[in-house]
Design a protein around this ligand. Structure first.
Ligand SMILES: [Zn+2]
Length: 178
């Protein structure tokens, strides 16, 4: 099951979606047992942007939870504006990564994005560690990304073709990200 849906790149869009049509996030089948026919089973709260400009007004936002009638387990899916298992949105991670690719120092990139230096370092190391895997998966769908070479060149090509959130939504078809 894809945990990231390629919908709602901004938090206000997601909030609107949850208020009026949360079924968009319903998986076709249970990720645990494969049986179809999940039903909406409430919501949980999520902080998608720990200390960004949206923090005060929009945090936390609701994420729809779905329950499987066959095995009784629950699951949920996230929009493009919320990164799984992270307190910062993809857009902020992308900004740090683009600054680093452009030659900025870790401290400088972190300062510009308003995150701690160790957070920026973690994102950089995560991207570095996953480059071979992400490049392989994304090039199988977007062959034009093959021109950037490996390593930093791949990410420069990738992030000029699509936002990090979309790249991760594609990658999420094959592996669990981040
Ligand atoms: Zn199930």
């Amino acid at each position: 099951m894809h945990r990231i849906l390629s919908v709602n790149p901004s938090l206000p869009q997601h909030i609107e979606q949850i208020a009026h049509a949360p079924e968009v996030y319903r998986p076709f089948a249970c990720p645990h047992c494969g049986v179809a026919g999940l039903w909406l089973h409430g919501f949980y709260e999520r902080k998608p942007d720990r200390d960004g400009p949206a923090a005060v007004s929009l945090n936390p936002v609701l994420v729809a939870r779905f329950c499987c009638g066959a095995c009784g387990r629950t699951c949920s899916r996230l929009p493009l504006c919320i990164a799984p298992r992270r307190w910062h949105p993809w857009a902020k991670q992308q900004r740090v990564l683009l600054d680093l690719l452009a030659g900025a120092s870790l401290r400088g990139a972190a300062l510009c994005a308003g995150v701690a230096c160790h957070t920026a370092r973690r994102w950089r190391d995560w991207l570095h560690a996953g480059t071979a895997t992400f490049a392989f998966m994304l090039r199988s769908r977007f062959p034009e990304l093959g021109r950037g070479g490996d390593g930093p060149g791949f990410w420069t090509a990738c992030l000029s073709a699509m936002p990090l959130a979309e790249a991760m939504a594609w990658a999420d078809h094959e592996v669990s990200v981040p």
